[in-house]
Design a protein around this ligand. Sequence first.
Ligand code: EPZ
Length: 421
Amino acid sequence: MDKLLITGGQPLAGELRISGAKNAALPILAATLLSDKPVSVGNIPHLHDITTTLELLGQMGVDLMVDEKMNIEVNANHINKFEAPYELVKTMRASILVLGPLLARFGEAHVSLPGGCAIGTRPVDIHIDSLIKMGANIQVEAGYIHATAKRLIGCHLLLDKVTVTGTENILMAAALADGVTIIENAAKEPEVTDLAHFLNKMGAKITGIGSDILTVEGVERLGVENLRYEILPDRIETGTYLVAGAITRGRVKLKNTDPRILDAVLVKLREAGADIECGDTWIELNMHGKRPKAVNIRTAPYPAFPTDMQAQFTALNSVADGIGLITETVFENRFMHVQELLRMGAQIKLESNTAICSGAEHLTAAPVMATDLRASASLVLAGLVAQGETLVDRIYHIDRGYDHIEEKLTQLGATIRRVPN
Ligand code: EPZ
């Protein structure tokens, strides 16, 4: 397994281009299953999870063409298998996103139950219960969700919890259902909004986009000639590189992004002392060489502070001036990075779902181990500022969600390289 070797102490400076959003590309690629016309999707990030998704669609019989710029042409008219097998789902939980579209368009889906992961049990009960309420017949046995439906029926759903992929699965199912579906307590993440815009471009009739009440008037079919859709920028990749600039007291400019979709992160970076300027498609952070100030964070569904930025801010607080409290309210076990940061000299105390961070003057490099996607990002960030050479192991986690991370950090002046096992 590859590792990343990072020599810390260098304030980052420079600019880089942000990739398309992983968590928008995954549902939008799944949604192409609904279309009876070929669809072209652009600004797809070059990530392992995307490769897994293409493999998943390909083994169903979907025709795929990928060009060198990662523009993907999808034709879902020759599908001959309605299955998401365990060997693929176990590597990427988001495979559950084919359940709604397969059921809605083909009336059949056999999807392996996605297991839990390092950050939590990750149940899909809301996905399943909602589809049953829409008329699906669902049996869960031998680790698989077996679903059939003559035609899904629109209905009024009030979701017990805000669930991003749950909302996405229901949206895709409702697009071809008979009648109107109302989704109350829907997730409002920008990636859900991007999916809804994509579905409407294919001919769906979704209103309330961006709010927590989505109304979907089901249609007979989806697909338009020559549809080409560009994925929105990745707000979590953007936030991660902004923290890289802040933690190293540097100055970074990120292009091809959108400051409007990560407001909560920008508010907290300004509280940490960052000087931030924004344009329509760019964000510049400048620390003017100053040490960041500690900030208090409480994660919650959008537009509150994103759980996917919690680990990165735990690393930032580890070297900040003062005491910062970080409370995780979305997942039950999303502090796996803390143990590794402690090995680098961080002073963090865990009390229930809150990390109490007392900023250290500096961190010391150490061999550390990534446990999940965002935890691995926080260890890389800590390595950028630690004295010495930090070796981050199990970085297959990071390759799932960050497009060419060492090239991008090198562009900002970091000393980082991938070392084979
Ligand atoms: C999505 O996961 C993202 N993944 C996650 O990003 C992100 O952390 C999460 O949303 C929260 O923003 C993708 O979009 C592919 P949830 P998802 O359903 O949809 C509970 C990353 O780093 N819940 O919104 O799986 C669940 O246990 C990844 O890119 C149920 O109880 O998360 C959790 O406590 C990590 N029953 C809460 O809801 C359900 O049926 C939010 O989970 C579904 C969810």
